[in-house]
Ligand binder design. Structure first.
Ligand SMILES: Nc1ncnc2c1ncn2[C@@H]1O[C@H](COP(=O)(O)OP(=O)(O)OP(=O)(O)O)[C@@H](O)[C@H]1O
Length: 923
C-alpha cells in the first residue's frame, strides 16, 4: 500500500498528513506497530489481536529487526541483547521510556515488555513468575476507571529488572505520587480504585465484615459503580489473590490489606451531626465507627478524639478545640487518604522485598533494564493539583526525549567534527522553568504559600499573578475565580487553583500517625513504620527491629515532612538522573480515538499527538542522523572479526583500523568522528550478518583444518598400532617358545625324578628296614590354603557408623512427615493422580549452573515439586507443581494458586491448563 512502511524513516517524503495516512493504513490492517528508526510507535488497537502468544515470543528472539514486522517484542529483544553485550556497544544499562496520553497503551506495553524479557531470560525461576504478577497486583490498588481510560494508572512506576549475564536475579519498583484524593472524591463518570469494587464483589468478604452494597458508600456513590459487572469484578478479585500468593503475601497480610480497604471505605460512612454550638458529634457506638477503629487496631477513645477535636500543646498549656461538622469531615477524609496512601506504599515495599536480589553480594556488576510507565498526559474538564503534577512529569519526559534525541545527539556530531546542519525542535524548557524555578516557579510559590500562617488558595493564586504574570506560558483568567491556563507541550490546559494548598501540605490530623504506629495489630504498626522510614530516608527497617521496639516508629514519624510538590520534584530528579546513566529506548504510544473503541481512527486527534511529540522532527533527525554511535574500541573489538583473514597494518592507529574494516564491508553512509563511529540502524544489521558469515566461514575452516589434523593423527596412530602389533606378535612367539622350553624342562625333570625314585626304591629294598620318613618332590607338595582373615573385633562401646541418607530416603522422610497427611485421604489411600515427587531442591544446597557461563545462582525458594500429567489421545505432558512461599500450590507458569493439592486437581478437572487447551487431566 502506498506510503505504508514498516519504518517511517524510509518514507521518501513526509509531512504530518503522510504520517497520519501511513499509520492509519497500517492500523486498518491491524499493524499497530511501526518503527521510527530505533523508536517504536504503537497505536492502541483497543481489541485483542492475538499478537503476543508463544509463537510470537519465539519468533522475536534473537532475530534481525528488518526480517520481521515491527513489534514490541523486538524492542524487548534489542534491550536484552544490549545488556548481554550482543549489540554494537559494550553491555550497558537500558531504560525503556513509554510515553503517551492517558489510555494510549503504556501500561499494557510495559506488561508485554516484561513478559517477553522474562521469556528471553528463560530461567523459569519463581522470581520471573513473581515479576509478571507485579503489574496486575499494583493495578488493583493504584488504578481506576477515568473518562480517558477504564484502567488508568493513578500512580507512576519505574520497574528495574536486574540481570547477571542474561539471567534475571532481582527487580525493584519505584512508585510516584499516588492520586490519593480519588479515595474520597471522584469526578463525574469516574471511579474509585479497583480494590474497592473487587472487595464488594465477594460474598464472603461482605459477610465477614458486614459490608453493604456499593451504592450505600459515600466514597463510591459517584454513579459509575452501578454499571459494574459483579462477576467480572469477582474474577479479578480471585486473580488478585492469586497474584498476591505468587508474589509472596501471606494469608495474614492479604486479609489485613482487604480489611484496611474495607476500613477506608467505611470511614466515609461514619455519621456526623452538629450540636447547638456547631460542634461535631459522632456516635462512638455506631457500627461504622467501631468497625473502622477495630480494622486498624485503634483505641476507640483516642481515635474518637482525633476525629472530633484538635489538641495543641504549648509549654504552659494543652488546648483542645472541637471541630465543626465540615472540619471533622475534612479530618475524616484526610485520615482515609493517609491510611490508603501508606497502605499502597507498603504494598510496593512488600513487593520489592519479594523480588529483590537475594544475594546482592555475589552480583557486584549486574545489568539493568528499567521500564518507565507513568500516568499519561491529562486534560479533563476540571483539572487540579494532581493533573498539574502528572502533566509536569510528562513535560519532564518530553524534555528528556528532546535532550536525548536532539540536544545531546547534535552536540555530539559537532564535538566529533561531523558536518551537520542543525535540526530545530519544539523546546519545552520554558514550561519546566515555569513549574520548577527555585525562586518564582509555580511549585516554589505554592510551597511559600503553604508556609504562611494564613496561606490559602487565593494567596497562592495572587502570588502567581505577582510573580509570573509576564510569563507567556501562563495565562491567569480574569473571569473565572482561581482559574489559570498553562501552555503545555501537548496542549493548553485549564487549571483551578482550588484545594492546591491543602493538597500540597497533605496535612494529616495531629497524632493519627502515632496512633497507627502504636496499633494493637503488629502488621498495621509495620505498615506505618516501614513506609515512613522509606519515604524519609529511603532506608528500611527490618521486621525484627520493628517488632521488638515501638520506639523506632515514634522516632521515625517525628521527622519533618516535605510538601507533596517538593517530594514529587525530588523523585523526578532522582528518576531522571538514573535514566541519564542508561541507554534510553523510546516507545511512543498513540491513542487512535477518545472514545476508547476499536476500529476507529480519528485523523485529527492522532495528528495532534504526532505533532506535539515532535514526530516530524524526529523522523528528520533519524533520517539524517546516526542512531548507533560506538567508540572506536567498542567497534574494533566487536567487528574486527569481519576483517578475518585480511592483512591489517598493525602500525595503524585504532581509528584507521576501524576505517579499514568499514571500507572492507563496502557499506555506505557511515561517518567517522574523533572518538566514535557513526552508523545507521541498518548498518548494524549488515555488520551482524557479516559477523555471522565470518563465524560460518570460521566453522567451515575449522572443519577442514580439524579434518586434516585428525587424518594426520589417525595415520600416526595407525602406524603406532602396527608397530605394537608386530611387537606383540614377536612377544607372543617368544612366549610360546619359552613356554615350550619350560614344559620340556619340567617334563625332563619329572622323568629324571621318576627314574631316580625307582633306583632309590630298588636300593632300599635291598637294604635292611630303615626308620619311617616322608620325602616328596616340590611338584607333589600339596597347596596349602590360607585361612581368610577374620574381621577386626569391634570395641563394645564404638557406635555403629551409619551411611548418610540418600536423596531418595530424604525425600521419602520429608514426604512422610510433612506432605502425606495433606495428600492421602482418611483411609490412607493416595489420590489416583499422584505419581510421586519428581525433583527436590532447597535453598542451601540447590545451585543452578548457567550453560554458557561459570557462575552460580542460588534459588532461594524452590522446594519440593510434584508433577501432574495431562494428556490428549496422542500424547501426555507432565507439569511441575510448585509450592509458593506460604505453602500453596501452583502449576509452574499458571496464575491460579490453590490451597491444597486436591483443590488443584479438582480445579484442573474442570479447567484446561492455559497453554494446552486440548489436554485433560489423566485419570
Ligand atoms: N496492545 C494492546 N492490545 C490490546 N488492547 C490494548 C493494547 N494496549 C492497550 N490496550 C487497551 O487500552 C486500554 C488502555 O491501555 P493502558 O491502560 O495501557 O493505557 P495507559 O497509557 O497506561 O493509560 P494511563 O496513563 O491512564 O494509565 C487497556 O486497558 C486495553 O484495553
Amino acid at each position: 500500500m502506498l506510503g505504508e512502511v514498516d519504518d517511517l524513516i524510509t518514507l521518501a517524503e513526509f509531512n504530518e498528513n503522510i504520517l497520519v495516512n501511513s499509520l492509519k493504513a497500517r492500523y486498518r490492517q491491524n499493524k499497530i506497530y511501526t518503527y521510527l528508526g530505533d523508536i517504536l510507535v504503537a497505536v492502541n488497537p483497543f481489541k485483542s489481536l492475538g499478537l503476543y502468544g508463544s509463537k510470537e515470543q519465539l519468533l522475536y528472539r534473537n532475530e534481525r529487526r528488518t526480517n520481521l514486522a515491527p513489534h514490541i517484542f523486538a524492542i524487548a529483544d534489542s534491550c536484552y541483547s544490549n545488556i548481554c553485550g550482543n549489540g554494537p556497544n559494550e553491555p550497558k544499562n537500558q531504560c525503556i521510556i513509554i510515553s503517551g496520553e492517558s489510555g494510549a497503551g503504556k501500561t499494557e506495553s510495559s506488561k508485554l515488555l516484561i513478559k517477553q524479557i522474562v521469556h528471553l531470560s528463560q530461567d523459569f525461576s519463581p522470581l520471573e513468575q513473581q515479576i509478571v504478577q507485579v503489574n496486575p497486583l499494583l493495578e488493583a490498588f493504584g488504578n481506576a476507571q477515568t473518562v480517558m481510560n477504564d484502567n488508568s494508572s493513578r500512580f507512576g512506576k519505574y520497574i528495574m529488572l536486574n540481570f547477571v549475564r542474561g539471567v534475571m536475579v532481582g527487580a525493584k519498583i519505584s512508585d510516584y505520587l499516588l492520586e490519593k484524593s480519588r479515595i474520597v472524591h471522584q469526578n463525574d463518570g469516574e471511579e474509585n480504585f479497583h480494590a474497592f469494587y473487587y472487595l464488594l464483589s465477594s460474598p464472603e468478604m461482605k459477610v465477614k465484615w458486614n459490608l453493604k452494597d456499593a451504592e450505600e458508600y459515600t466514597y463510591l456513590n459517584n454513579g459509575a459503580i452501578f454499571s459494574k459487572n459483579t462477576n467480572l469484578m469477582k474474577e479479578r478479585f480471585d486473580d488478585l489473590k492469586d497474584a498476591m500468593d505468587l508474589v509472596g503475601f501471606s494469608d495474614e497480610e492479604q486479609e489485613l490489606l482487604f480489611e484496611m480497604v474495607a476500613g477506608c471505605l467505611t470511614m466515609g460512612n461514619i455519621r456526623m451531626q452538629e450540636n447547638e454550638n456547631d460542634e461535631v458529634l459522632i456516635d462512638q457506638n455506631s457500627n461504622e465507627f467501631l468497625f473502622v477503629a477495630n480494622c486498624f487496631g485503634l483505641h476507640t477513645d483516642e481515635f474518637y478524639d482525633i476525629l472530633i477535636s484538635n489538641t495543641t500543646k504549648t509549654r504552659a498549656d494543652t488546648i483542645t478545640r472541637n471541630y465543626s461538622k465540615k472540619e471533622a469531615k475534612d479530618v475524616r477524609d484526610a485520615v482515609a487518604k493517609f491510611i490508603y496512601g501508606k497502605m499502597f506504599g507498603w504494598v510496593v515495599y512488600r513487593v520489592n522485598q519479594s523480588i529483590a536480589s537475594k544475594d546482592t553480594n555475589s552480583y557486584k556488576n549486574y545489568q539493568e533494564i528499567g521500564i518507565l510507565d507513568i500516568f499519561g498526559f491529562e486534560h479533563f474538564q476540571h483539572n487540579s493539583f494532581e493533573q498539574a503534577c502528572i502533566n509536569l512529569a510528562n513535560e519532564q519526559l518530553q524534555f528528556f526525549f528532546n535532550k536525548h534525541v536532539f540536544i545531546l545527539e547534535q552536540e555530539e556530531y559537532k564535538r566529533e567534527g561531523l558536518e551537520w546542519k542543525d535540526i530545530s525542535y519544539e523546546d519545552n524548557q520554558g514550561v519546566l522553568d515555569l513549574f520548577l524555578n527555585k525562586t518564582n516557579g509555580i511549585l516554589a510559590n505554592l510551597d511559600e504559600t503553604c508556609k504562611l500562617p494564613r496561606g490559602n488558595d487565593q494567596v497562592f493564586f495572587q502570588s502567581l499573578e505577582n510573580k509570573l504574570s509576564g510569563n507567556n506560558l501562563l495565562i491567569l483568567s480574569k473571569r473565572n475565580h482561581l482559574c489559570f491556563y498553562i501552555k503545555h507541550y501537548a496542549s493548553q490546559v485549564e487549571y483551578s487553583a482550588e484545594t492546591w494548598v491543602e493538597k500540597n501540605k497533605d496535612t494529616i490530623p495531629n497524632n493519627i500517625e502515632q496512633l497507627l504506629c502504636g496499633s494493637e495489630k503488629l502488621l498495621i504498626q509495620e505498615i506505618f513504620t516501614v513506609t515512613q522510614a522509606n519515604i524519609d530516608d529511603d532506608k528500611t527497617i527490618s521486621k525484627s527491629n520493628f517488632r521488638n521496639s515501638k520506639m523506632i516508629a515514634f522516632t521515625e514519624v517525628k521527622k519533618r515532612k516535605h510538601t507533596v510538590g517538593l517530594q514529587f520534584k525530588k523523585s523526578l530528579e532522582t528518576l531522571l538522573a538514573r535514566m541519564l546513566l542508561s541507554q534510553p529506548i523510546f516507545i511512543r504510544c498513540i491513542k487512535p480515538n477518545t472514545k476508547k473503541i476499536s476500529n476507529s481512527f480519528d485523523d485529527e486527534f492522532v495528528k495532534a499527538q504526532l505533532l506535539y511529540t515532535g514526530m516530524l522532527e524526529t523522523i528528520k533527525i533519524r533520517k539524517e542522523g546516526f542512531a548507533i554511535r560506538p567508540s572506536f574500541n567498542e567497534f574494533f573489538n566487536k567487528y574486527k572479526v569481519i576483517y578475518f583473514g585480511c592483512p591489517m597494518d598493525k602500525s595503524k592507529d585504532i581509528r584507521e583500523k576501524c576505517k579499514q574494516i568499514l571500507e572492507f564491508t563496502k557499506l555506505k553512509g557511515w561517518k567517522i568522528g574523533k572518538t566514535k563511529i557513526f552508523l545507521k540502524l541498518n548498518h548494524v544489521d549488515v555488520l551482524t550478518d557479516k559477523i555471522s558469515n565470518v563465524s560460518k566461514l570460521v566453522v567451515k575452516m575449522q572443519k577442514i583444518v580439524r579434518g586434516f589434523l585428525d587424518r594426520r593423527r589417525v595415520e600416526k596412530l595407525r602406524k603406532i598400532a602396527e608397530k605394537k602389533k608386530e611387537e606383540i606378535k614377536s612377544l607372543l612367539n617368544y612366549t610360546v617358545e619359552r613356554n615350550n622350553f619350560i614344559m620340556n624342562l619340567l617334563q625332563r625333570h619329572v622323568e629324571e625324578d621318576k627314574k631316580r625314585n625307582q633306583g632309590k626304591k630298588k636300593q632300599e629294598e635291598e637294604k635292611p628296614t630303615p626308620l619311617k620318613t616322608t620325602t616328596t618332590t616340590n611338584l607333589q607338595q600339596p597347596v596349602r590354603m590360607r585361612k581368610p582373615p577374620s574381621p577386626p573385633k569391634r570395641h563394645p562401646e564404638t557406635p555403629v557408623q551409619r551411611e548418610p541418607p540418600s536423596l531418595k530416603e530424604e525425600i521419602a522422610a520429608w514426604f512422610e512427615e510433612k506432605e502425606k497427611k495433606k495428600l492421602y485421604d482418611r483411609n490412607g489411600s493416595k489420590p489416583y493422580w499422584f505419581h510421586g515427587m519428581i525433583k527436590r531442591s532447597d535453598s542451601e544446597t540447590y545451585l543452578k549452573q548457567r550453560k554458557n557461563g561459570n557462575f552460580l545462582i542460588r534459588l532461594s525458594d524452590t522446594r519440593f515439586n510434584y508433577s501432574l500429567s495431562f494428556k490428549t489421545e496422542e500424547r501426555c505432558r507432565h507439569y511441575i507443581i510448585d509450592l509458593t512461599l506460604h505453602g500453596k500450590y501452583v502449576i509452574r507458569n499458571e496464575k491460579k494458586v490453590h490451597r491444597s493439592l486436591n483443590d488443584l486437581v479438582n480445579y484442573y478437572r474442570k479447567h484446561h491448563i492455559s497453554n494446552w487447551p486440548n489436554g485433560y487431566l489423566v485419570d
